[in-house]
Design a protein around this ligand. Structure first.
Ligand code: ZN
Length: 430
């Protein structure tokens, strides 16, 4: 149990675990944790096709945030200064602004196709970065430069709307065609709105606009595509810097520390046969998942003003992601989390850990043991709860019930899971 505060539970939506050095303290209640958000708008075509979209969006003036991966014809557009919506003028070519006549024979670019795949060229799955290709042509004897604006909406999510992607400039020769390609990583940031997102499963709409000349914009284009189920699990990891000032965590890179935690060697013990199945890739390999960690410092684990241990990290996550509503630990992954699945809070001033639905808080150490093996065991134990495992007490010597007592752990730091624990876990975040 954390020594800072007691846990007050407000809603019967999930499973709560509080842990201490000898394992179980309390499982407060059990209820259904479900992904209650309905798919807003199922879209059948998994990989893009261009569609005319007469409906104009208003985000063409948002700032580019993502790196352009290739294509020497692309250059970053200059970033305009951030302005509040009340201050900004309508973007050139928007319905609010009169579009001047284009002189005959002048530069006339258009998008002929949009393709969205993963980096290998296949249909994207959760955990994949996207590769987006715009096929452009210029049906004019005049060369020119065009800027492609694009933004992304996740139709499965309630709060993933018009996230701006990289704006790219392309020079087109007279009567020519040209493809431009750029990558979109799994973690996105809208710097103008100070909002962060992750590319979860579901259907997406990609809108584009062209800007060329001084004031002219082409008709907008849009396409729909799907990110299918995949191995990716998106964890927001908030940490108190003091966590990385103690024991074997001292000086460690937070994302590398957590990546190591979920990929260090482990095994499942099958008591009936007395055998064990080894996973060199650790928890991730055992669960058939791949953690993607977004780590952010600045969590003040001394702040105990909240009503329970989750209040502080939930407020931090809400502000960092710029959520419309406070992160709700008992809710499913498609609601109010900007595509993130769950969070990990590394809390220096506490010990042990506690888990509730899509949130887990892990302290820096326990029983004065600040070894890497033990500190990382606390984290993976709490994530075991996130994925559905209760404690396996009174059995002892396994990750969900005092894994530090296992001989194999003592010998070489191997994390041993009891078969019963493994059977109760599943990837809730496909
Ligand atoms: Zn526990």
């Amino acid at each position: 149990m954390f020594r800072k505060t007691s846990i007050t539970l407000l809603a019967v939506t999930s499973l709560v675990f509080a842990c201490r050095e000898d394992g179980l303290i309390a499982e407060r209640f059990i209820g259904a944790q479900s992904d209650a958000s309905a798919e807003k708008k199922p879209v059948e075509n998994p990989v893009a096709s261009v569609a005319d979209d007469a409906e104009s969006d208003s985000n063409a003036d948002t700032q580019p945030t993502l790196a352009v991966a290739n294509d020497t014809a692309i250059s970053q557009q200059e970033v305009p200064p951030a302005e509040s919506p009340e201050q900004e003028a309508p973007p050139a070519g928007s319905p609010d602004q009169e579009v001047p006549q284009v002189p005959s024979g002048s530069f006339l670019p258009s998008i002929t196709a949009i393709t969205v795949t993963n980096s290998k060229g296949d249909a994207p799955r959760k955990g994949d970065a996207l590769k987006i290709t715009f096929s452009l042509k210029n049906d004019s004897p005049s060369a020119g430069e065009v800027t492609v604006f694009s933004n992304l909406s996740g139709l499965r999510f309630t709060d993933f709307n018009n996230v701006p992607l990289t704006d790219v400039k392309v020079k087109l020769e007279a009567n020519s065609s040209h493809d431009v390609t750029f990558e979109v990583p799994v973690f996105l940031e809208d710097t103008a709105k100070k909002s962060r997102f992750a590319l979860g499963r579901g259907n997406y709409e990609l809108k584009t606009k062209l800007s060329y000349g001084s004031e002219v914009k082409a008709s907008p284009k849009s396409t729909n595509f799907e990110i299918a189920e995949g191995k990716g699990v998106f964890a927001l990891a908030m940490y108190d810097e003091k966590y990385f000032e103690v024991g074997d965590a001292k000086g460690a890179d937070p994302e590398a520390w957590l990546k190591e935690t979920f990929t260090r060697k482990g095994s499942i013990f099958y008591p009936e046969s007395g055998t064990k199945q080894i996973f060199a890739g650790g928890f991730d390999e055992m669960m058939g998942i791949e953690h993607h960690i977004k780590a952010v410092g600045g969590l003040d684990s001394r702040n105990t003003k909240g009503v329970d241990i989750f209040d502080n990290p939930e407020a931090f996550a809400t502000e960092y992601l710029n959520l419309n509503q406070k992160w709700a630990h008992g809710s499913g992954p498609s609601t109010n989390k900007h595509g993130y699945d769950y969070f990990i809070a590394l809390d220096k001033d506490s010990f042990g850990g506690v888990t509730f639905g899509t949130a887990q808080v892990t302290g820096a150490g326990i029983s004065g043991d600040f070894s890497k093996d033990r500190m990382q065991m606390l984290i993976v134990h709490e994530s075991g709860h996130v994925f559905g495992s209760p404690h396996c007490d009174p059995i002892q010597g396994f990750i969900m019930c005092s894994g530090e007592k296992n001989k194999a752990y003592k010998a070489d730091g191997e994390y041993i899971w009891h078969e019963d624990s493994f059977k109760k876990m599943k990837n809730l975040f496909k």
